[in-house]
Design a protein around this ligand. Structure first.
Ligand SMILES: Nc1ncnc2c1ncn2[C@@H]1O[C@H](COP(=O)(O)OP(=O)(O)O)[C@@H](O)[C@H]1O
Ligand SMILES: [Mg+2]
Length: 501
């Protein structure tokens, strides 16, 4: 989506970038752009009232020299003296870029700026990004290898690449510029972020998820977090290649998905829950009617019969919100065969369990938790917090009656992502929900480079509780084989024991 701007007329109304300094009155220019825009005031920019704190400048992180930034500021100021930037946000980016290019070249000549051709090209690119796109974020947005972009105020930006978080040299002129870019992003989805509504979720045109939290809540300047949308979602084969699961565990997951087990995927933020959910939907048969409910559509189902639903946040007046619970409830009236909930985080847990319990088996969802055991208690508390006046035992019975499998995804401390548990929800022993691990990942050591060494293994269960289902779908041979092949033996040739708990 690099540099792409919507042609949607509504985007015209979006605030234009705030000039670094206010245009000086009467700045003369013979540029045609100046004449063309002279009638229009430049004041449509909705500038946040947060005081622009000068960004602290970490010397080591600078990718350009101090002079470069000085020149850029000079040229930028001259540019905004010359043309009306609000007029520029209208034309498509190619035409606008050409226009800016001409004026910038002119300015560089007029001001006698000494610059190499390469530097000039870079300066031009930089300025175009500031004026037309997402400023210093553009080069990061253009990279496909970045999973997350985390901006902590104007001076500090981190990215996640290959599971590792690293600091970049990217910086914004000041918090005002950063805030303007945040504003430009969220206004594309009809939202606003400023001091009075300082928290905002939005989406980039390419589907990337965006969160902005602004001062005064964010103390050191606006914090912008972007989870970049991956066009090519990872497949199970790739997870095998990365060592996230073994080929045998992949087979087990495929069988679990196919034979309509109710599945919860548990994991921390960025552990790969959504990726895994997307993979699991790959084993759903082509003739099933699937309804997906998400906060922000990420799943990419390959089946022909899919209805995709998305929640809606409240509008600027705080009205019109459609919650996940409302979507899941509505789903039930749409004759679904499977319901897929992107992320269960509230009272919709109750409705999803109900659905799983009442003939929509094969439903799936993800939730935020660090182990299969914790997933159960998270579900419990989501239901209790949702205001359902049910005794805890009843809720647990409901969970046991609904959820068949919990798959745990984890991002380990060396940055790798693993599927650490494939666990069955068995039943109740007194008040306690019993779980049975089928496959676990255990860490056995660490190499000299800090990479963790570990292995996936079966816990010795040869007949999982969903055996009957597997049998109905003719999958028992494949299942037995995959489980047997996952056994690991110790030096005496005995299978490594169970690790349930
Ligand atoms: N097993 C994996 N190996 C490597 N990268 C992965 C793996 N699973 C997910 N990812 C990547 O990690 C990022 C976060 O994944 P995602 O599924 O969105 O996490 P979650 O839904 O848990 O927040 C994505 O960029 C995704 O491509
Ligand atoms: Mg997710």
């Amino acid at each position: 989506m690099f540099g792409k701007r919507t042609n949607d007329p509504s985007s015209v109304a979006s605030p234009a970038p705030k000039p670094v300094t206010a245009p000086k009155a009467g700045a003369g220019s013979s540029s045609p752009a100046a004449k063309q825009s002279a009638a229009k005031p430049t004041t449509t920019a909705k500038t946040p009232s947060a005081p622009p704190k000068p960004a602290p400048e970490p010397e080591k992180q600078r990718s350009h020299s101090e002079e470069y930034y000085d020149v850029k500021t000079t040229v930028f100021n001259a540019l905004i003296d010359t043309i009306d930037l609000t007029q520029l946000s209208k034309p498509d980016s190619v035409a606008a870029r050409e226009e800016i290019r001409d004026i910038v070249s002119e300015i560089i000549q007029l001001k006698n700026v000494v610059m190499s051709i390469a530097e000039q090209a870079e300066l031009l690119e930089d300025i175009c990004n500031d004026v037309l796109g997402y400023g210093p974020l553009e080069p990061l947005l253009a990279r496909d290898d970045i999973a997350d972009i985390m901006v902590n105020g104007a001076a500090t930006t981190f990215i996640e690449v290959n599971g590792k978080v690293q600091k970049t040299g990217v910086r914004f002129a000041d918090n005002t510029q950063l805030m303007n870019i945040c504003q430009r992003i969220v206004s594309q989805v009809g939202r606003r972020v400023d001091e009075s509504s300082p928290i905002c979720d939005a989406r980039l045109p390419d589907g990337s998820r965006v969160n902005v939290i602004a001062p005064p809540l964010a103390i050191d300047g606006p914090a912008l977090t972007i989870r970049k949308f991956k066009k090519d979602k990872l497949k199970l084969e790739q997870l095998v290649k990365f060592g996230s699961i073994t080929p045998e565990a992949k087979t087990i997951l495929e069988i679990i998905g196919r034979v309509r087990c109710n599945i919860l995927i548990s994991g921390g933020t960025g552990s790969g829950k959504t990726t895994l959910l997307n993979c699991l939907t790959g084993s759903i048969d082509l003739d099933e009617r699937i309804i997906t409910c998400e906060d922000s559509a990420e799943l990419q189902l390959q089946q022909p019969h899919v209805v995709r639903l998305e929640t809606r946040p409240p509008n600027l007046e705080g009205e019109g919100e459609i919650t996940m619970r409302a979507l899941v409830k509505n789903c039930l009236r749409m004759r679904p065969e499977r319901i897929i909930v992107g992320e269960v985080r509230g009272p919709e847990a109750f409705d999803l369990l109900q659905a799983m319990n009442t003939g929509h088996d094969g439903s799936m969802g993800t939730l935020h938790s660090n182990s299969p055991r914790e997933a159960i208690s998270r579900l419990e508390s989501m239901i209790m917090m949702g205001g359902f006046a049910l005794p805890v035992t009843t809720i647990r019975e409901m969970i046991v009656g609904s959820v068949d499998i919990i798959v745990q995804a984890s991002r380990l401390r060396d940055g790798t992502r693993k599927i650490t548990h494939i666990t069955e929800v068995m039943g109740m022993e007194g008040e306690v929900v019993t779980l049975q691990n089928l496959i676990v990942y255990e860490i056995t050591g660490e190499d000299a480079n800090g990479k963790l060494i570990g292995r996936h293994r079966s816990t010795g269960i040869s007949r999982p509780a969903f055996w009957e289902r597997a049998s109905y779908y003719g999958e028992t041979d494949r299942l037995a084989e995959a489980l047997a092949a996952s056994e690991v033996y110790d030096e005496h040739g005995n299978p490594v024991g169970d690790s349930n708990g």
